[in-house]
Design a protein around this ligand. Structure first.
Ligand code: ZN
Length: 366
């Protein structure tokens, strides 16, 4: 039997909830994580049609990129599509889980699958997040060093970019005097004791702070474990919005527009005037990405691909790059396959379906 919590754990290991934006509402929106999961259906949006598709196909969990409950609900009377979706889900015992800006903000999330589609190389996050990292410093007697270090790594410490189990340690002397209430691992009550220790420094994601400290204390032999947690001002190169990378070969603007059109199966692209310059560096952001136009310029991008760009925001291109608005839904269309891949990678035999509903409300009359 598979519980919904098992699937959630896998999704949140990939895109931790802590990385969603402050305005967002990702996570389990409807249902109970303890329910047995009978089947999953993945969609960009959890609409009433998707909930009913889940019911008809024997699924009781909808995993959607966009949270159907976003601004809070004060009444649930069925007066709009949001309330009707909530009612349909509750009536039919269907859980709804949203994985939104946390999936936008991880290095292998929404933007990475767009970059895959365009075969971009040398990828990096366009606007890395700050205030997500801390450094843990602690002191370990020599014979416990390997055990404590391993416990810290297992709890999520020591990851920098493509490197794991990263630490720095120095050898020194620790000293202490235990009072009558103490039960010291080393030395005697009332006498100052000196012992050889390693000082170890590891980087930790701030959201894992409690988990790492718990692992430290559980694995460390001392009654009082000395440690410091220092928040870091470093940007987190693995977490943030947008992405920038290079095309495998330089293209003309028209060639690249044709490729975008084909790759994203578009009928139309809204873009700023062509600059008659070669295209090599490409920035992108799935969904509503006009907040990153200036970052795309700073990153030296020749093109910026996103959705939901408003009239005045197109002016921000300022002849520095070409903004291509391909549509919100269109830019995120590969996200559903990503959700399916995340689940299948851990639970290869579990029933995970792709919704057949086209939830995009935008149509083009050509
Ligand atoms: Zn979106």
């Amino acid at each position: 039997m598979m519980k919904i919590s098992g699937l959630i754990k896998q999704l949140e290991a990939f895109a931790p909830l802590a990385y969603q934006e402050s305005y967002d509402n990702s996570g389990l929106l409807i249902g109970n994580a303890d329910w047995e999961c009978k089947g999953v259906i993945c969609s960009l949006d959890a609409t009433e049609e998707v909930v009913m598709e889940a019911v008809n196909k024997g699924c009781n969990l909808v995993i959607a990129h966009h949270p159907i409950i976003f601004g809070g609900l004060k009444k649930i009377t069925g007066k709009d599509y949001i309330e009707r979706t909530v009612i349909a889900a509750i009536k039919n015992d269907v859980a709804i889980y949203a994985i939104h800006t946390n999936l936008d903000n991880v290095a292998f999330g929404v933007n990475n699958v767009m970059a895959d589609a365009l075969k971009l190389t040398n990828r990096s996050i366009l606007a890395p997040k700050n205030n997500t990292l801390a450094k843990l410093i602690t002191y370990i007697p020599l014979d416990y060093f390997d055990k404590v270090e391993r416990a810290l790594f297992d709890a999520g410490a020591g990851n920098i970019g493509n490197y794991s189990e990263v630490s720095f340690s120095t050898h020194g002397v620790g000293a202490f005097k235990a009072n009558e209430l103490a039960n010291p691992y080393l030395g005697e009550i009332g006498l100052r004791h000196k012992t050889a220790e390693y000082k170890i420094e590891v980087i930790i994601p701030l959201f894992l702070q409690q988990k790492v400290i718990k692992a430290l204390i559980a694995s460390h032999p001392y009654e009082e474990v000395a440690y410091e947690i220092l928040p870091l001002a470093n940007a987190d190169t693995q977490i943030g919005s947008g992405m920038v990378g290079d095309l495998q070969e330089e293209l003309t603007e028209v060639e690249f527009l044709s490729i975008i059109k084909e790759v994203f199966s578009l009928q139309v692209i809204k873009h700023t005037p062509l600059l008659n310059k070669p295209v090599k560096r490409v920035a992108l952001c799935g969904g509503s990405g006009s907040f990153l136009i200036k970052k795309a310029i700073t990153a030296g991008a020749d093109f910026y691909i996103t959705g939901d760009v408003k009239y005045h925001e197109f002016f921000d291109a300022d002849k520095r790059l070409i903004i291509a608005d391909i549509g919100h839904w269109e830019s995120e269309q590969f996200t559903v396959n990503l959700l399916i891949d995340i689940i299948k990678s851990k639970f290869p035999t579990f029933a995970v379906l792709k919704s057949e509903c086209i939830t995009n409300s935008v149509r083009y009359f050509l």
